[in-house]
Design a protein around this ligand. Structure first.
Ligand code: SAH
Length: 353
């Protein structure tokens, strides 16, 4: 264990000893803020790889999708491109380059809280305006929002069923750099949906209040200013029980309660809740559908073919990247794509609408 790893765990353990156990949500928030703030975790030599880092085709498909809606809406100007958690800025660079070919050049806004990744993003998209939160995104024009593997990084709150009812799940130090989760004193009976209340002892119910709040804010904005939002992530479509908290380090699964701040903590995205947040604000929802179907519907096969023709020495690599994004056994079925859009806006492509 590096001294750096020890320092983060010790600090967290001391804080808990001084002020009491922290919620799973606070544990995840502290761990991920530290994690994303410390170093760039993306890519083959990092901890995990995302779709835009696999191939430029991913961002290009997003760019085509956004341009199509913009054109069918009558090419409004100005417009704002807003990306949540843009990583290395690769998706935005690929999408914006493609959009420019259609004459679509929106103002670019990045909502990002990691200073380290902001540096990478400026290098990829120098004109980007940064925001700590969606609150400061301008209110004057339609929004074209993109969130790829963003919501899964936001802190989840967990409740656990005990003999005495549902309790908030909290985190305490265990030994070394390890922590343990256990039922805390706070009752959460009122937060668990009625049909799950009688679940067996040990069952876990999870929510992501930050994701829902952000979806709600953006949906309210889009219903007033107009716009569309594309959300791509892995997740579930119906309410469910069980912990989906997971950790990844060096491209392998790790223990989420070990070495906080040194592995990527994520949880499956609850698309059911996100859909409700958008609908409650008066937006239309398309999907979720499988990423593979969405990319195929938008023409990724044709794009892969023309890229391979233009770069024959890279044909194998391009074909492998295409399958990784589309194949069911790879990212194609695990990742879901959902569009939320203002009333009166064109129905988006790729969802069979
Ligand atoms: N979308 C990128 C990166 C995904 S990793 C890609 O597909 O490659 C998650 C991203 O969300 C990182 O850029 C991380 O710094 C950012 N992030 C995580 N929590 C955040 C928060 N609460 N506010 C703003 N950005 C956050």
């Amino acid at each position: 264990m590096s001294p750096d790893t020890q320092a983060t765990s010790q600090r967290l353990a001391q804080q808990i000893e001084a002020s009491g156990p922290i919620s799973v949500a606070d544990y995840m928030r502290v761990a991920n803020t530290e994690y994303y703030g410390r170093a760039d975790p993306l890519g083959a030599d990092g901890d995990f790889i995302t779709a835009p880092e696999i191939s430029q085709m991913f961002g290009e498909m997003v760019g085509i999708w956004l341009s199509d809606i913009w054109l069918r809406r009558g090419s409004p100007s100005p417009c704002h491109y807003v990306e949540l958690g843009p990583g290395r800025g690769t998706l935005a660079a690929d999408a914006l380059r493609t959009m420019k070919r259609f004459g679509f050049e929106p103002v670019v806004h990045f909502v990002e809280n990691s200073p380290t990744l902001r540096e990478r993003q400026v290098a990829a998209v120098p004109q980007a305006v940064f925001h700590d939160d969606v609150e400061t995104v301008p209110t004057d024009a339609p929004l074209f929002v993109v969130a790829n593997e963003f919501f899964d990084a936001l802190p989840i709150a967990q409740s656990i069923a005990t003999n005495a009812g549902w309790r908030e799940r909290v985190v305490v130090p265990d030994h070394s750099a390890r922590f343990a989760a256990m039922p805390g004193p706070r009752s959460t009976d009122s937060q668990v949906p009625g049909h799950f209340r009688m679940a067996s002892v040990g069952s876990i119910y999870e929510t992501c209040p930050d994701a829902n709040a952000m979806m709600h804010k953006l949906s309210m904005r889009m219903s007033g200013q107009g716009g569309v939002m594309l959300t791509i992530d892995y997740g579930y479509l119906q309410p469910a029980l069980g912990s989906t908290l997971q950790a990844v380090q060096n491209h392998k699964y790790a223990d989420p309660f070990s070495e906080p701040g040194h592995c990527d903590l994520t949880a499956h995205v609850n698309f059911h809740e996100l859909t409700l947040c958008a609908q409650r604000s008066g937006l239309n929802v398309a999907g979720p559908c499988n990423q593979g179907d969405w990319l195929s519907g938008l023409g990724i096969d044709q794009r892969a073919m023309s890229l391979a023709q233009a770069n024959p020495d890279r044909a194998k690599e391009i074909s492998a990247a295409r399958s990784r994004l589309v194949a069911r056994e790879s990212m194609g079925a695990l990742f879901k794509v959902m569009a939320t859009y203002a009333k009166g806006w064109p129905a988006p492509e790729g969802f069979g609408l």
